[in-house]
Design a protein around this ligand. Sequence first.
Ligand SMILES: Nc1ncnc2c1ncn2[C@@H]1O[C@H](COP(=O)(O)OP(=O)(O)O)[C@@H](O)[C@H]1O
Ligand SMILES: [Mg+2]
Length: 318
Amino acid sequence: MPEEQSARQTSIWAVGGGKGGTGKSFLTSSMATCLALQGKRTILLDADLGGANLHNFFGLIRPRSSLTDFFEKKVPLQEIAVHTGIANLQLITGSIGSLDSESINHAQKQKLFRHVQALDADMILIDLGAGTHINTLDTFLQADKMIVVTVPEITAIENMYQFIKSVYYRKLKSIFKAYDLNTLVQDTWKNRTAHNIRSLKDLINHLKLGSDQICSIFEREMSGFVVHLILNEVRTPKDILVGENLKRVCMNFFGLRVVYSGYTSYDEAVQKNINNKESFMLFNRLSPVVKEIRQITEHIVTQTPFPTPEELFDGRVA
Ligand SMILES: Nc1ncnc2c1ncn2[C@@H]1O[C@H](COP(=O)(O)OP(=O)(O)O)[C@@H](O)[C@H]1O
Ligand SMILES: [Mg+2]
């Protein structure tokens, strides 16, 4: 019964973006709250190893059990999950202290992925730490929805661009390895001048044109490869345009599909709520940010892009 099966399927979202302090944890916890309030059984996984802080967004004290217990004492993930105080929403906290993403080896990483996929939930939202460590990239690549967050500020944008580039390279490398294409890729790149290849996008196009088989490998492997972009702490209408520009740059340089899923405004209540140990989504029902987060969540669930600036500013979208 395919319909019943797909209805039961867990959807995994991962939120990354390179730079720290751009609102990844705030948005992951808020989107998870939004989904849980809609009745979806949701688990938040704090994968910011070494810097786990998601519990703060629910006013919880740091849970005693964390991923450290999963890795070091073999405690099942479901047993580490704690209630957040919001119906349908549980939290698995990241590790505290010695364990950071660099100390997780390949086997541990694979084990974590298997156990995350087996969790009994409708939605699993993974909050990643800053940086482009391969464990962060691989966790991001495991998700059904890959989401990046940035603020409209040059350093954050550069870091996010670097993050997307690293994710893309990591994905390509895994394709080259899986289909035994490494030698062909290296030889083609060595002779790039003769083939008029100037970028990675040109290289991939060249390989695709040269072989129907390689073409179908890339079509198949990259068909679902979409990065969802959220712009946080927007203060002016001009900031909103940053999302559109980033989308274009990723397409032009890598041929990579980035869907602009929306923006959230700057609201000083965010920090106030964290300090007061209150959930932002529950305590600020009138804030525009709550509405924006609901819209973003909806855009990601349905995979519909945020309206373009033309649609927004021409008043074609209410
Ligand atoms: N939309 C926003 N408006 C105002 N402050 C925000 C907003 N989003 C995030 N912040 C502030 O930025 C800080 C860092 O956010 P956080 O989610 O922890 O970033 P990251 O997980 O990317 O390191 C938060 O403590 C919060 O005070
Ligand atoms: Mg964080």
